[in-house]
Design a protein around this ligand. Sequence first.
Ligand code: PMP
Length: 408
Amino acid sequence: TAVFSVEDIRRDFPILSTRIHHNKPLVYFDNAATSQKPLQVINSISEYYNHYNSNVHRGVHALSQLATEAMEAAREYIRLHLNARFAHEILFVRGVTEAANLVANSYLSTVPKDQQVVFSALEHHSNIVPWQLAAERYGLHLNVIPMNHDGTLDLQAYEDILTARPTALVAVNHISNALGTINPVRQMAEMAHRAGAVIFIDGAQSIPHMEVDVQAIGADFYAFSGHKAYGPTGIGILYGREELLDSMPPYMGGGEMIKTVTYQKSTWADLPFKFEAGTPDIAGTIGLKEAIRYLRNIGLEQIAAYENELLSYATDALNNLDGLHIYGQAPGKAPVISFIPDGCHPYDIGTLLDQQGIAVRTGHHCAQPIMDYYGIPGTVRASFAFYNTKEEIDYFIAKLERAIQMLR
Ligand code: PMP
């Protein structure tokens, strides 16, 4: 039972009353892929387009000032939420993917050749591929922190890797989207720093579920995507420590990111604008602020407590089914369950559940190396949010049992 009213909360999310496939109620268990948006977020976006749409920073006119103020208020609000020291350490990007590419292209261009970039076996492809591309471009080595069978990382091996050769950067997610593992990022940051490396933390799955204090963790870079935290798509955050961002070259060139331009040479604007070329997703920044405000109003501790209840309720019910394997059993994991019933293909399960109105994700979850580790093609993944209920889980379990019977 939640300390907040789940019924009231569900009224804030009109899409949750959608009926699909011949009037079946929607059961949305694909929250790790993207979360639904409350009216507060949706309304803030139409409010912007209806009443003060304008480009930022350029005009002296009234609307431009309103838009600029709203965007900078969003930056300040997110600074406060992450406990960053300065608002100019908060960069607006499209999401974790763009954040990782920015750091890979810009920061790694400044490090000595032959150093290594280390990422973990639990990473999403967006926290692997940018480092591979940059390693090729800048002559760096790659190394991988191995995982254990329960879905945790092998920290002893991590220590050994850090001493193997000079390390430029460590990239790790705070929470694994495929298994739900919560990684000990504070300890991992400390270990990286002792080895002289910086750490890039992918917070795509953590921001919707927990309080994050970038200074307490010791994050050098911390990234998240708005759309997984009840905000709009197309907007996300890259936090970077001021000293690092100051020392880094621009990632993209264009309007807004310059001080002066001549045919031969340009100079760069101060932070954060040096990294924000072009017209930003102004509406997105406004919607993202409302999403974070919505989370803070309910309270992230309250949210986590209720989501953990849903997680154990669903885990117990799944464990009661014959011949079903749950992948990733890290203690205290996030509300994500990856599983395969023996003798069933994940895709078939997903299709049969969909016919009953239940949205789950099937496949490798953009984390193919994890699936290779377990020797499986993919899993069925159910991921919960604070608007889900135990009744929905009961319905899901009943339909899953029927699907398994049909497929075996
Ligand atoms: N990292 C993790 C852990 C994720 O779950 C995701 C999205 N599935 C990403 C990175 C990539 O986020 P985006 O596609 O929004 O850039």
